[in-house]
Design a protein around this ligand. Structure first.
Ligand code: ATP
Ligand code: MG
Length: 176
């Protein structure tokens, strides 16, 4: 009789707003990909879009992340996660929306604390050149007309062009 293979798959969870997904995030995920079999990427504040700090929809961010991760040798799930205004039950909310995961990588102190309190393994993820790889800095460059494309994976620059993302950011800023 054939025996079923029972090797457990190890999965990591990583969350961000990804407004937009940039090379800082991509460097972290590239190194996580060496350590686990699968990665779950949570798209945080999924319900937000068309705001100066949150210009892109969850669906647009799913495209940015999933196209960029195709070049890594790893299986992944990209899952939008809406905010709930209640930190005490946030981990349960995340767990209810995602496949099982064994470890969380984050450098957000609140995210770290909430998973640690829930007794889920959490590792610190390092920052890569935060002065240049930052969502806020990239959105500012889009607004002011400076070059930003080199700060994101090529697939992200294409996805933003496809949806006329820079025009959107400028129009939103003008409306405010
Ligand atoms: P914003 O300026 O809009 O907050 P951000 O660059 O901080 O954007 P987020 O989507 O808020 O990006 O962050 C998701 C996670 O990625 C956070 O835990 C954040 O600390 C981390 N992160 C952000 N920039 C870098 C970077 N340069 N290197 C490594 N991790 C980063
Ligand atoms: Mg941030």
């Amino acid at each position: 009789m054939r025996q079923r293979k029972e090797r457990r798959i190890s999965r990591a969870f990583y969350i961000g707003r990804f407004q937009p997904y940039h090379l800082g995030h991509h460097t972290v995920l590239t190194s996580i990909a060496d350590q686990v079999d699968e990665i779950i990427i949570g798209i945080g504040s999924a319900q937000r879009s068309h705001e100066p700090e949150n210009p892109f929809t969850a669906g647009e961010r799913v495209i940015m992340v999933s196209r960029s991760l195709k070049s890594l040798d790893i299986d992944y799930y990209v899952i939008p996660i809406e905010d709930i205004q209640r930190n005490a039950v946030w981990v349960s909310h995340v767990v209810s929306m995602t496949p099982h995961f064994d470890v969380v990588y984050t450098n957000n102190p609140l995210v770290f604390r909430l998973f640690e309190e829930a007794e889920i393994r959490v590792e610190h993820s390092p920052m890569y050149q935060r002065e240049i790889y930052s969502g806020t800095a990239i959105r500012e460059k889009m607004l002011s007309g400076e070059a930003w494309e080199h700060l994101v994976p090529e697939d992200v620059a294409c996805a933003i062009d496809e949806i006329k993302g820079v025009e959107r950011i400028r129009e939103i800023a003008r409306d405010e």
